[in-house]
Design a protein around this ligand. Structure first.
Ligand SMILES: [Zn+2]
Length: 315
């Protein structure tokens, strides 16, 4: 048995080592693809196309070649992002390739170098949403210089509009009739807000008391309450992914307390952003949260977050 375990471990170590090196050299090939394309090297060496050249010499697929060329062309004038590609591959900058400008390249390169693709995609979405609400708050005028400029310059000055979404619902006839009666002459949003507030009040009555303890394990009744409150979804505003973790917004290491008001269900990407100290007002309800552009190094949570992040890998 021990012998078998040793063989498995040795094979795994070898495969991982070779794989890591294969990835390293593949990245190097991908990085010079734009030059290969520009000089039409494949033509001069007797290949039918750059796709055939990359496939036969480096095992790189057609879609991978096209994808890599598109991303590299988008960022080749931004050395900060090219350095990230060199270290982590084209996928690392994919979420920011078309939005980064020369002015914001350094900012996005730092984020791309420390976040997984999934976390970076989520972060881009949150910053974009926040910038849009920023525009609605400060659309014009002299106040502009008082606040941070948005990272998405192209989206400035969009006229403020009331956002609405159509949700198709299949309801029992009785429920539909009752709801229509309740709506009366008002609108659906007002009625739904009323129902949501009633749900909040009901949950408030069922809320368990905070538990102060040295045990990191969240008591079952508190876990059950948070999952009931979130319906098992991420509680970050507008995120509808399944929750991945129950997150202490004040960090258990600092408070030694399991308070249902200070624990939220989060998906992997939003939990990662929280531990990167990139969410402001975490101690308030999620609807008050704001995404930060830079890590909050002044918060006492920062030290705890640094330790947590040390144990997490980028990918
Ligand atoms: Zn989420």
């Amino acid at each position: 048995m021990l012998q078998k375990t040793r063989i498995v471990n040795e094979l795994h170590q070898k495969f991982r080592y070779y794989g890591r090196n294969a990835l390293h050299w593949k990245r190097k090939c991908i990085l010079i693809l734009p030059e290969i394309e520009k000089e039409r090297v494949w033509e001069q060496k007797g290949f039918g196309s750059i796709h055939e050249y990359a496939s036969r010499l480096a095992g790189i697929s057609r879609s991978c070649v096209d994808d890599a060329l598109r991303i590299i062309h988008a960022v080749e004038d931004k050395p900060e992002l090219m350095q990230v590609i060199e270290k982590f591959g084209v996928n690392a900058v994919r979420p920011v390739a078309t939005i980064a400008t020369s002015e914001t390249a350094q900012f996005w390169a730092e984020k791309a170098a420390t976040m997984s693709k999934n976390t970076l995609e989520t972060y881009v979405r949150e910053v974009r949403t926040q910038d849009q609400s920023w525009q609605n708050t400060y659309p014009t005028g002299e106040d502009r210089h008082l606040v941070n400029q948005p990272l998405f310059e192209a989206e400035q000055l969009r006229p403020s509009t009331r956002l609405a979404k159509l949700i198709p619902m299949e309801l029992d006839l009785e429920i539909a009739a009752e709801l229509e009666k309740l709506k009366s002459d008002g609108d659906w949003s007002t009625l739904m807000k009323e129902l949501l507030n009633a749900r909040k009040q009901l949950l408030e009555l069922q809320k368990p008391k905070p538990v102060n303890t040295t045990s990191r394990h969240i008591p079952a009744k508190i876990q059950k309450y948070i999952i009931q409150r979130s319906k098992g979804r991420c509680e970050f505003p507008r995120c509808n992914k399944k929750y991945n973790i129950l997150h202490h917004t004040q960090r258990f290491a600092l408070e030694a307390s399991h308070d249902p008001d200070l624990i939220v269900a989060l998906c992997a990407a939003h939990e990662r952003l929280a531990h990167m100290s990139l969410i402001d007002h975490e101690e308030q309800a999620p609807e008050c949260w704001e995404i930060r552009e830079h890590t909050d190094t002044t918060s006492e949570k920062f030290v705890v977050d640094q330790i947590v992040m040390k144990y997490r890998k980028k990918t």
